[in-house]
Structure formats: structure tokens, C-alpha cells
Design a protein around this ligand. Structure first.
Ligand SMILES: Nc1ncnc2c1ncn2[C@@H]1O[C@H](COP(=O)(O)OP(=O)(O)OP(=O)(O)O)[C@@H](O)[C@H]1O
Length: 304
């Protein structure tokens, strides 16, 4: 379990985290979402003892990172894929990590198999593709067989096959009862992978919700109608008990109805229409709506 309590981090005049609190439960994949600069990496770094919070606490299994006796066996983390020294082999890098954490040498072979790098284990890090480096980073995170896993943008640099693999791996690890906390700036990716979502913006909590609820609340569907007779169309819809919202560029959005119902009303009342089509607002749009203020704030800050 991960607990973040009233976490605040200030870098000079930048307030990166502003009293952030949330918990990440075991047995499920929790997506950590926010636009660029929201504070995701800062939170992860605070959890891993790489950044000292200005105030508040970031705990793993009830302890600060620097209080853990065998950190790698408590929390496995993937932060920066290119963190390996270019001259070392993947095998050498993992062996060094294993030995400094009192993890048996055999474990290195096991994790290399798990991430599909057994064949390139003796290649130097600088010769690896970004996708391979990402897999090597995942291998390091798995090395200590930790109950808590922190993955910062793990799909970065992976090809479609790699993306499917990492999704499957995260689900598998959560299925084993582990706490899996994964950051991303893509809502669509998280909707496919995560069970639960923590959404932040400007270092503050914006949402703490199940993916199911987020999808149910934000997948807005409607029938788009483009017509040269908007007033008549509105009257016809109102007479049929259908709500009509104003869409962009003068279109009408009929909510809570079907294409068939609207089509029949149009035919029965002989309204001229240029377009009638079903629409579903994407999760990405819903996410952008939720975080819009946070993004605006940053843009304004940068202009100053
Ligand atoms: N070492 C640092 N010194 C100064 N400011 C920093 C430092 N690290 C982060 N920040 C600032 O803190 C804020 C949060 O950054 P952070 O990297 O945590 O966001 P993020 O959500 O991980 O973004 P991204 O998706 O772009 O990685 C940003 O405004 C960033 O510019």
C-alpha cells in the first residue's frame, strides 16, 4: 500500500505538489494521470526518497523509503529507462543491483526471462533500443519480487507488441495481490490497463475514482444534427421530449436518444438536415476537460 499525506514540494517559486493526499491499494492497477508538469514524477520521486518533500509524507507500506531495510525487496521502480550505464551489460547491471540488495544471483536470469531479454542479456546498454532499455528497467523493478511497484510512463518507447506485454504484466502483478502504481499522461492507455485512477493537476488531487465510474460519468454520447432549420429542429426534438444541447458551429446535440428516434422525427416533420450522426466523446476529451484549468494555469505561468 502507498500513502501520500498532505504532500507539498516547492522548487524555488514553483509549487510542484500542493497538499496532495491519496492512497494506492494492493491487488489492482492504479493509474496516475495528469497533464505534463502536474507533479507525477515529483510524487514518484518523493515516494522513492529521491526528493525530500517540503512538507507532508510519502509512505510505502507505512514507512518512508529511507526507513526500509531492503528497499528493492519492498518497492520496485521504473523511473528513467536510460538510467543504466551505457558500458554495462543488462546482465551486469542487474547482477550489481541484486548483490547490493542481498538478492540471489539466480533471480537475474529469472527476471531477464520474464521481460524477454534473455537473448540480449550480454549486450551493452548503449546498444539497446529504447524498447529494450524499457524492458531492462522493468526487469530491475521486478528483481526484488517487491509487493509495491512504481512505474513512470512504462509504455514510452514500446512498440504495439511491447505495450500489450506491459499491460498484461501489470495486470498479472496486480492479480498476485501487489500494489501497482503507474503514471501516464494518456487517459486512453489507462482506461485499458488500470482499475483505479488518481488524477492530479497543478500538484493537487482532481479525481480519485474507479476507471468504471470515470468511463460511465464521462463517456457522453449524443446524436449530432446539422441543419439549416435549427429552430424547427429544436421544437421537433422538444415535442418528442428530447434534450437538445448547443454544439460547436451551430450544430445541435440530441442527448439520451437514438439515431432511429431522431431520424423518424425528422422524417415525420420534414425537417431538412445535412448531417445526423451518433457521437461518443472520447475519454481523452473527458480527461482534458477535467485537467483543462491545470493546463491553462501552466501555460499562463510560462508566458509570464
Ligand atoms: N528539479 C526541479 N527543479 C525545478 N522545478 C522542477 C524540478 N522538477 C520538477 N519541477 C517542476 O515541478 C512541476 C512538476 O513536475 P513533474 O515533473 O513532477 O510533473 P509530471 O507530472 O511528472 O510531468 P511530465 O508528465 O511532464 O513528466 C513542473 O512545473 C516542473 O517544471
Amino acid at each position: 500500500m502507498i500513502e501520500v499525506q498532505q504532500l507539498t514540494k516547492r522548487y524555488g517559486s514553483t509549487l510542484a505538489l500542493d497538499g496532495l493526499s491519496f492512497r494506492v491499494e494492493p491487488g489492482r492497477v492504479t493509474g496516475f494521470l495528469g497533464p505534463n508538469g502536474a507533479g507525477k514524477s515529483t510524487t514518484m520521486r518523493a515516494l522513492l526518497g529521491l526528493d525530500r518533500p517540503t512538507s507532508g509524507r510519502a509512505l510505502i507500506g507505512g514507512r518512508r523509503y529511507d526507513e526500509l531495510s531492503r528497499p528493492l525487496c519492498t518497492v520496485g521502480a521504473l523511473l528513467e529507462a536510460r538510467a543504466m550505464h551505457g558500458g554495462r551489460t543488462v546482465h551486469g547491471h542487474l547482477l550489481g543491483l541484486a548483490r547490493s540488495n542481498r538478492i540471489p544471483d539466480e533471480r537475474v536470469g529469472e527476471v531477464l526471462e520474464t521481460v524477454g531479454l534473455a537473448d540480449v542479456a550480454h549486450k551493452r546498454a548503449k546498444g539497446l533500443s529504447l524498447g529494450m532499455a524499457q524492458r531492462a528497467g522493468v526487469a530491475a523493478a521486478l528483481l526484488g519480487d517487491a509487493q509495491v511497484l512504481l512505474l513512470d510512463e512504462p509504455v514510452n518507447g514500446l512498440d504495439p507488441e511491447g505495450i500489450l506485454w506491459i499491460r498484461g504484466l501489470m495486470r498479472h502483478l496486480a492479480g498476485e495481490g501487489r500494489t501497482v502504481f503507474v503514471s501516464s499522461h494518456l487517459m486512453s492507455e489507462m482506461a485499458l490497463t488500470a482499475d483505479h485512477l488518481i488524477v492530479i493537476g497543478r500538484g493537487r488531487l482532481l479525481a480519485d475514482t474507479s476507471v468504471e465510474d470515470f468511463v460511465a460519468r464521462n463517456s457522453r454520447s449524443y446524436i449530432l444534427i446539422r441543419t439549416p432549420e435549427p429552430e424547427r429542429m429544436r421544437d421537433v426534438l422538444a415535442a418528442g421530449g428530447i434534450r437538445a444541447d448547443d454544439g460547436p458551429e451551430g450544430v445541435i446535440e440530441a442527448v439520451g436518444t437514438t439515431l432511429e428516434t431522431v431520424g423518424s422525427l425528422i422524417a415525420a416533420n420534414q425537417v431538412t438536415v445535412y448531417e445526423i450522426s451518433p457521437q461518443v466523446a472520447s475519454l481523452e476529451e473527458a480527461f482534458m476537460g477535467l485537467t483543462a484549468d491545470a493546463v491553462d494555469y501552466r501555460a499562463k505561468q510560462e508566458v509570464r
